[in-house]
Write a protein that binds this ligand. Structure first.
Ligand code: NDP
Length: 276
């Protein structure tokens, strides 16, 4: 079974550097792939209220036979629940669906800058953190100006920012800003979500060179950059392969050639433009 290294969050808590994402997996189909992932060694699961599968995640946790403190569970507040009171209620609903009394990490899913609610929302997150029901709190899809507003107007520095990040969008400036402020960088759509990245000749040539799959090459690039990452797959062989990336190392020039695949193209929305 794969052994995933931990990183330390600014709360002092340990978190596996690689976890399992369940976006687009229906509630009634999510238990089996999560159990496969847990058998393969994953201990961190990334869900969100909007994925509609928190109940299924809770069932898988209950069926896994693992103790709660062996697992690291993340969920996220959806956009229509931003605001202080609304966020507190939405958090309770997520915990109910998960069947848990705490999560290890709770994230604001999108900043929605035009709505001007993320600062109030963050104050609710600070309360959940102080109550110990969200062991760590963080954000997702935040850019530097959004993070700076939190620094100026609130007390707790986010433990982590989960953003779209893959070789076509390596986010070098944001990663440097996170490093400067002790915020962990977590990569969503780490494999580019079927955007052709895994078929690019750079990646397939490296797969041949290292005798690994294209997915493993890209995930290893994330690990060596210091990213936390959460690949999604419902295919047992891929679930197992995606965590099996800790027995080889990419040479520095190969790291550079993967980073050289930057095009700036996104698979998801631009956070500045999403307003609902
Ligand atoms: P990924 O980059 O993880 O790609 C997932 C797709 O790639 C699936 O279609 C999967 O197919 C396929 N795949 C997985 N592994 C391999 C492999 N080794 N070789 C070839 N194909 C592979 O994209 P996601 O968008 O799902 O991102 C991962 C996670 O990030 C999500 O599940 C979610 O938890 C999080 N996320 C967060 C967002 C946010 O706003 N905070 C936004 C989007 C995602 P199959 O399942 O059929 O095997």
């Amino acid at each position: 079974m794969a052994q995933v290294p931990n990183i330390t969050l600014n709360t002092g808590a340990s978190m596996p550097q690689l976890g399992y994402g369940v976006f687009q997996v229906p509630d009634n189909e999510v238990v089996e792939p999560i159990l496969t992932a847990l058998r393969a060694g994953y201990r961190k699961i990334d869900t969100a209220a909007v994925y509609g599968n928190e109940e299924g995640v809770g069932k898988a946790i209950a069926e896994s036979g693992l103790s709660r403190d062996e697992l690291f569970i993340t969920t996220k507040l959806w956009n229509d629940r931003q605001g202080y009171d609304s966020a507190l209620r939405a958090f309770d609903e997520s915990l109910d669906r998960l069947g848990l009394d705490h999560v290890d990490l709770y994230l604001i899913h999108w900043p929605l800058p035009a709505k001007e609610q993320f600062v109030d929302t963050w104050k609710a997150f600070e309360r959940l953190h102080n109550e110990g029901r969200a062991k760590a709190i963080g954000v997702s899809n935040f850019h530097v100006p959004h993070l700076r507003r939190l620094f100026e107007e609130t007390d707790v520095v986010p433990a982590l920012n989960q953003v779209e990040l893959h070789p076509n969008l390596p986010q070098a400036d944001l990663r440097a800003f996170h490093a400067e402020h002790g915020i962990a960088t977590e990569a969503w759509s780490p494999l580019g979500r079927n955007n052709g990245l895994l078929d690019s000749s750079t990646v397939t040539a490296l797969a041949e060179k290292y005798d690994k799959s294209p997915g493993q090459i890209v995930l290893r690039w994330h690990i060596q950059l210091g990213n936390v990452t959460i690949p999604k797959s419902v295919t047992p062989e891929r679930i197992e392969a995606n965590i099996d990336v800790f027995d080889f190392e990419l040479a520095e020039d190969d790291m550079q050639s993967i980073t050289g695949l930057e095009t700036g193209e996104r698979v998801g929305p631009n956070p500045e433009e999403l307003n609902g």
